[in-house]
Write a protein that binds this ligand. Structure first.
Ligand code: ZN
Length: 296
């Protein structure tokens, strides 16, 4: 029952979000209502967000002759949906890139098992050491129906610097101690596109679990100039402009303010954040993270 109420609340949050953003996005994809497309000349970026659970974004970058997929989903079911959508574009998947090693971005990755997978070396190690235990926690909480049979360890190291895929330049940078311990952000200068991973969320509650709230805020201050006038493709939610970064900075300011109150606990923290940001989706992310944040 609790789960059901949660899903309904998330669904409503999603509807509000879609309505707020319709003016900006070109169109809702015909093939799958969970996908929105942003076009930059010959490059098309398709973003899949499922309104249920944690609203993770999987981005499909459509180049002239091939596709690059950025991130899986928490569930195998949703990740298979991402792949089915990608297949409907009738171009081969050249690479799959993972921004970081949190379960919501990697657990469903078995759906991508036929394609070369890339992650930072540190994140390959984290997936090796934590992937299966994340899967066990998922099985315990959500059952087998939506779980992948295994977590695939990315075979290729994603290196900082530039790589060309199908003639298009991708720039990879490494960030430490923000939402996750370590993450890759990806820029495509030709598309003015900034793939933020979980450095940035859009209209979704921020996960506080790695306890880097202040460092995260500092990272966002540091990239403010870099993302100006770019389209930001977040780790949770659909694409937006640089105002999304300001919204995240305001969220973190509030989170730090509340978390630092004396005798604060996970339940009160969540209630306060939901009250402060009532239209944000995926409050379940606070449940996943806040227990860790207030662990005595
Ligand atoms: Zn995430």
């Amino acid at each position: 029952m609790k789960k059901f109420i949660f899903s309904v609340a998330l669904m409503l949050a999603f509807v509000l979000q879609v309505n707020a953003q319709n003016s900006y996005f070109n169109k809702v994809a015909d093939a799958n209502t969970n996908v929105k497309i942003v076009k930059f000349g010959p490059i098309k970026i398709h973003t899949y967000v499922n309104p249920q659970l944690v609203q993770v974004s999987s981005h499909i970058v459509e180049l002239k002759d091939s596709l690059v997929i950025i991130d899986a989903q928490l569930t195998y079911t949703f990740t298979k949906e991402v792949l089915a959508y990608a297949k409907s574009l009738n171009k081969p998947v050249a690479k799959v890139i993972f921004t970081h090693a949190h379960p919501d971005h990697i657990l469903g990755n078995y759906a991508y098992k036929d394609y070369p997978m890339f992650a930072l070396a540190e994140n390959i190690d984290l997936i090796k050491s934590n992937g299966e235990s994340f899967r066990q926690v998922f099985l315990k909480n959500f059952g087998e129906k939506d779980a992948a049979p295994e977590v695939v360890i990315p075979q290729h190291e994603l290196k900082e610097g530039t790589m060309k895929i199908n003639g298009v330049k991708f720039v990879i940078k490494k960030y430490k101690d923000h939402e996750s311990d370590i993450a890759a952000i990806i820029e495509i200068p030709a598309a003015n596109a900034f793939f933020a991973g979980d450095l940035i969320y859009n209209q979704v509650h921020l996960f506080p679990g790695n306890n880097h709230l202040a460092a995260w805020q500092k990272t966002l201050d540091g990239i403010k100039k870099m993302v100006k006038n770019k389209t930001i493709f977040p780790g949770h939610g659909y694409a937006g402009k640089s105002n999304v970064l300001d919204e995240n900075r305001a969220y973190l300011k509030k989170a730090i303010e509340i978390a630092s109150q004396p005798n604060m606990d996970a339940i009160t923290y969540k209630a306060e954040m939901v009250k402060a940001f009532p239209n944000y989706g995926a409050a379940i992310l606070i449940d996943f993270g806040a227990t860790e944040l207030f662990k005595k």
